[in-house]
Design a protein around this ligand. Structure first.
Ligand code: FES
Length: 116
């Protein structure tokens, strides 16, 4: 069971439980189920509308979800969230970016803060 805290300056923070282990539970799906108003359009990793900033809050494992999908890599680079150099370093370090697409990121068994 993972605790996901959604945070936005315009709304009260909301923490929800996520059942990790399902390979289809994206952050966006979880947000919509819990009426968290994350912006989205395509739901397919193409538009970049659903970009969020993710950080680990349990400090057990410093990973924030799985590795970026190919769509996330290209959209996040195209909209300037990640530079080419940062992307290469993340691949070398085997760490995901704090910037993610909510419609692509699969929830894992870790407590995270999601800023949207
Ligand atoms: Fe378009 Fe996620 S909704 S990239």
């Amino acid at each position: 069971m993972a605790l996901i805290t959604f945070s936005n300056p315009e709304y009260r923070d909301k923490t929800v439980y996520a059942v990790a282990g399902s390979h289809t539970e994206t952050l966006l799906k979880l947000a919509r189920e819990n009426k968290i108003p994350i912006n989205y359009e395509c739901e397919d990793g193409e538009c970049g509308t659903c970009v969020v900033k993710v950080s680990s809050i349990d400090n057990k494992h410093q990973r924030m979800g799985g590795p970026l999908t190919e769509k996330e890599k290209s959209v996040l680079q195209a909209n300037g969230k990640i530079s080419k150099e940062e992307m290469e370093q993340m691949i070398i370090d085997d760490l995901p970016s704090p910037w993610r697409l909510a419609c692509q990121m699969i929830v894992r068994d870790e407590d995270i803060l999601v800023e949207y």
